[in-house]
Design a protein around this ligand. Sequence first.
Ligand SMILES: Cc1cc2nc3c(=O)[nH]c(=O)nc-3n(C[C@H](O)[C@H](O)[C@H](O)COP(=O)(O)O)c2cc1C
Length: 289
Amino acid sequence: MPVAGACLMLALGFAACDSSHKQRDAERIRELNEIPIAQLRVMLKGFPGEWRADSDAIRGKHEPPYGKPVPPGAKLITLVPPTQLRLGDMPVRDAIASRRSIREFADDAIFPEELSYLLWATQGITAVQRDEAGGIVQRFRAAPSAGARYPLETYIAISRVQGVAAGIYRYLPNEHQILLVREDAEVSGKLMTACYGNPAIGSAPVVFIWSATPYRTEWKYTYLAHRMIAMEAGHACENLCLAAVSCQSGVCPMLSYHQPKVDELLGLDGQDEFTIYLACVGKPKGEEK
Ligand SMILES: Cc1cc2nc3c(=O)[nH]c(=O)nc-3n(C[C@H](O)[C@H](O)[C@H](O)COP(=O)(O)O)c2cc1C
């Protein structure tokens, strides 16, 4: 087939693919609009009376793991240990008072120590409970979690962190490491496209992306789980906001993202694990050092 013909076929293929995406999006939006508002509000309400769960936990079903497995041979980067961090000694009151959503970022890269601090502040391990034999019973994290179920995974899209290749990484709280999901020099542009071209995403050196694995919480709390998970993403993001301010960085929390596109970028199935919150992080523009 002549080159021009092949290009035309390819272009038509992409156009068809794009229009089927748009059709699927439109159907999904129609479906969501048809859910009665009262039904949607149920998710925000507590249980009227004593809560009796018919949960998998009570039925004795196997407890789901707290984190995703580490694939064999995965590239892992060990972060600056929390005990060695010298950042974040701003009084909490000052951090709360000076936090503002930041949408324009300087070209500066983030230093590895700051990345370590921000990850620790959002989902890092802050206490370990042991049994009499010294075995670990429970690890506690920087942000609260209903029933200590920890349904969130933290992904980071790195564009400019000193000494770290651009790409998508996943935080491993227990090891305080990041796992390389995929190196990608174009990650910033791809994520910006998946967030409707939002320039804040494109200019941020790092974007935090939290996913939810609902079953970790549903296992114990069934229909109460979804409200809890949304709140927990808020807790993690607020910790990030305050920790960032305490090291002269800024954050903008983001919910305007195309669900299937961001899930696809992270390699999530969109069903058992999906994106629920994003936050761009960096040095505010105009305050370059
Ligand atoms: C759940 C949530 C979602 C948000 N989503 C976006 C967003 O998609 N884009 C954006 O520019 N800001 C977003 N924001 C930031 C708000 O616009 C911002 O918090 C608000 O304007 C108040 O400003 P402040 O954060 O500086 O106090 C979001 C904030 C929250 C809490």
